[in-house]
Structures are given as C-alpha cells and as structure tokens.
Write a protein that binds this ligand. Structure first.
Ligand code: UDX
Length: 433
C-alpha cells in the first residue's frame, strides 16, 4: 500500500520506517526542511536503537522517501498517518492541538477520493470526532504505545493494536496496513473514536500512577525505616500487580507521561469528571526530585555550596537522548542553584543537555566526570553506570559519597568500597569501619 506519515519526530520517523519494513511504500512528510534533508540522507536526528539502520535500508531501496510537500503527499497516499506532537500548552491547561489541526487541514486539502486519515498522536478525547466532522475525508484513530529506546520493536511487535474506527471500510483498510503484525498474532481491539483515544491516555495515566504509587511507598519507607526495593520485589510477585513499573527512585520524566497525565486531568475536568488523583500522582513524582536534592544536601553536611558534584545521567531514561522533563537534569540544575559546581555525563544526551542547560558543566566520559568529585548522583539507569567499579571510582573522586537516585546500585558493594551511599526509600547501609 502507499502510505504517508505526517510528522517525522520520534513517533513519525519510527512509524514511517516500520511501515516500510512491513512492505509498504512510504512517504514521510514534515514542514521542517532540515529534518527532511537529514532523513533523506539516512540520518536520524535522535538516538533510537535500530532506527537509523531501518531508515538507511529503506531509503536506499526507494521504499521510504521524505518530502515537505503536502500536495505530493496527497497525490501519493491511500492512507495518511498523522504523527505530529501534542505538547503541553504554555498555560499548562491541556494539550496544544495546533500541530494536529494544521496537519489534518494540510493533508485534507490534497487527498485523493477514498483516502483515509489516521491520527496516531496522543490527543484529548473528542479530537477525532471533531476532526471527522470538519474534514470530508474519512478519519480513524490508531493510538501508539511505543516506548523510547524500544520504538522499533514496539512498532513491529506491539502488545496490541487499537483501531478507533466508525466504518467497516476504515477497519478493513487498517487491517490491510497492519496485515503482517496481525498475522503474527498481535491482539486487535476495535473501538469507537472516544474509546480509542482514551486507551492511550488511560494507559499512560496507569503507568504514571504505578510509578508514583511505589514512590509514595518510598516516602512511607523513609518515614518508617522500610526498604522500598524489597517492598516492590515482594509486591511484584503478586500476579495481579506484576513487577513492571514498580522501580522507585527519582521519578518519571520524558515527553509523554508528565504532559499526558496533566492533559488527561484537564480534559476530564472539562467533561465534568474529577481525576484529581492524577494531580497527586504528578505531585508525588515532583517530590521525589526534592527528596534526591535533600539526600545530596544531607550527605554534604547540610550545604551544597562549593561542592564539586557529578551527575551521572541526563536523559530521562536510558537508551535515549531525550531530555524532555528529565529528572536528572532538573535535579542537576537545582544542585547548581544551591551553589554546587555540577558536572554532568550521559552516554547519549550530552548535546541536547548542553543546549538546554548551558550553565551546567559537562564531562566526556565517566572517569573525567568522577575525577575530583565531592559527591556523585546516579540519576539515569544506563547499564554502563551500573557497571562502574566502586573501588576504581573511589580512587577517582575526592570524597566517596553517592546518591543512587535510581536505587539499582549494589549498596553493599559500594559501601564495602568505602562509599557513603544513600538511596531514596532505602535505609542508609551500615558503613564499613
Ligand atoms: C511512555 C509509555 O511507556 C509509552 O507506552 C507511551 O507510548 C509513551 O510514554 P516513554 O516515555 O518512552 O514511554 O518511557 P517509559 O519507559 O514509560 O518511562 C517513563 C519514565 O518513567 C522514565 O523517566 C523512567 O525512568 C520512569 N520509570 C519507569 C520509573 O521511574 N520507574 C519505573 O518503574 C518505570
């Protein structure tokens, strides 16, 4: 089939490449000429494992092309996927639909008769219906659940597909698009527009709630002398709860969970439904950042002023260079504002971090970051940080003190190597000698 994918950010670039991988002819569309030029040359403007290879392969074969021209896209495609961003509005009241509305209007002005417009962006419930009423072409909604770092695998082998459709024809077209994915046994849920839109926001709200739940338990553990790591392990053995998304620490960030729960609570409020608990989910999450700063201050005897602090991690999670709402950088900047001399190192997100936080210091490797440090904070759980040898690291730093903001370092091992280690929600390990 001939598909277009409008918007070539994280979601769009991945979707375009994966649709080509499924055998379709794909035209990616973006208003940003620089992005299009980079993608045409097979360059991916962000870090996503496996994506560059796919784009390179399919641009070389001619199955995947990119353009800035909506007229070309309209003439080319049978199905148009809209994958543009829905950022948080500047007034914090809900999602900004400017790009979604503009993309639908631009492509609808050029579509051929019978074309299907498919929204994939995360939108407030009611958007698909509104767009269907305002454009002649048929609309469907097909929310996307990909995780950064696993975007290609999540698109080619998703947990489920959700089709928000209001006609049999739209469902038939989407079934044809995803035929190989469905043939592999992927569950399909078909629904009306409202339910399909809600699946996405509800899924993100649930995940955020799960993380904030365990982080609230971390607060209780801190007050009562418990260990949230052990608590989460024990909870996770209950099949009804499961172990995933129970990693307690500095909390969640990124381009989706924080903004999506705010937009969802706002939209529910417009519909007369109170989702106030999501405000508390957000508040618990932000309190974890305060707690990590507090632990840093405690380890430094009450004041961070003049302390040379190393922050390991800048991306909001490992295997990503995305720093949107990154807890690591937020904490790093708070430490700087508290008077610390902060150096950051991240395996992938350095360029993005430097641009967004030019006042922080940056090192080119773990060793350079650690040399001379008076305090270390571990804030993004990259595997290479977990592999740091605590004895070697103790020799590099000035004072062996560390806050494990992700709660994944082996506290006994670090303590045995002479480190003072603190982790949110976990009792301070007994120090040697
Ligand atoms: C999320 C959803 O998982 C995905 O389905 C949706 O399409 C987009 O939003 P993503 O933002 O890529 O994906 O990251 P995710 O893996 O969900 O992690 C989000 C944040 O939660 C990260 O900052 C991560 O470090 C944090 N997290 C995750 C925890 O703090 N604890 C956990 O147990 C899991």
């Amino acid at each position: 089939m001939r598909l277009t994918v409008i918007g070539t950010g994280y979601l769009g670039a991945t979707h375009a490449a994966c649709m080509a991988e499924l055998g379709h002819e794909v035209l990616g569309v973006d208003v940003d000429a620089d992005k299009v030029a980079a993608l045409r040359a097979g360059r991916v403007p962000f870090h996503e494992p496996g994506l560059a290879e796919l784009i390179e392969r399919h641009t070389a074969s001619g199955r995947l092309r990119f353009t800035t021209d909506y007229a070309e896209a309209g003439a080319f495609g049978d199905v148009h996927f809209v994958c543009v961003g829905t950022p948080q509005r500047a007034d914090c009241a809900g999602a900004d639909l400017t790009y979604v509305d503009a993309a639908f209007a631009a492509i609808a002005a050029h579509t051929r008769p019978g074309a299907l417009l498919v929204g994939k962006s995360t939108v407030p419930v009611g958007t698909a219906g509104r767009l269907a009423r305002s454009h002649e072409a048929e609309v469907a909604w097909n929310p996307e659940f990909l995780r950064e770092g696993f975007a290609v695998a999540d698109t080619l082998r998703p947990d489920r597909l959700v089709f928000g459709v209001e006609s049999e024809r739209a469902e038939t077209v989407l079934r044809a698009v995803y035929a190989p994915v469905l043939a592999a046994g992927t569950p399909l849920v078909t629904a009306g527009f409202a339910t399909a839109e809600l699946v996405k926001t509800a899924a993100n709200a649930f995940l955020a709630t799960k993380i904030s739940f365990i982080n609230a338990m971390a607060e209780v553990c801190e007050a009562a002398g418990g260990d949230v790591g052990t608590l989460a392990e024990a909870l996770g053995h209950d099949d009804r709860i499961g172990p995933k998304f129970l990693r307690s620490g500095v909390g969640f960030g990124g381009g989706c969970l924080p903004k999506d729960i705010r937009a969802f609570a706002h939209r529910a409020g417009e519909l007369g439904v109170s989702l106030e608990f999501l405000r508390e989910v957000d508040a618990i999450n932000m309190r974890r950042r305060d707690r990590v700063v507090e632990l840093a201050r405690e380890l430094c005897g009450g004041s961070l002023a003049g302390t040379r602090v190393t922050v390991l991690g800048a991306a909001f999670k490992p295997d990503s260079d995305d720093i949107r709402d990154s807890p690591a950088l937020d904490v790093a900047d708070r430490l700087r504002l508290a008077g610390a001399d902060v150096t950051v190192y991240d395996p992938a997100a350095m360029d993005n971090a430097r641009k967004a936080f030019p006042r922080l210091g940056y090192a080119v490797c773990v060793e350079e970051a650690l040399r001379g440090a008076g305090l270390v904070l571990h804030l993004t759980e990259w595997p290479q940080f977990r592999e740091i040898d605590p004895e070697q690291a103790a020799a590099w730093v000035d004072r062996p003190r560390i806050v494990d903001g992700r709660g994944v370092l082996d506290a006994d091992r670090w303590t045995a190597a002479g480190w003072q280690l603190r982790a949110p929600g976990r009792p301070a390990p007994r120090e040697e000698g």
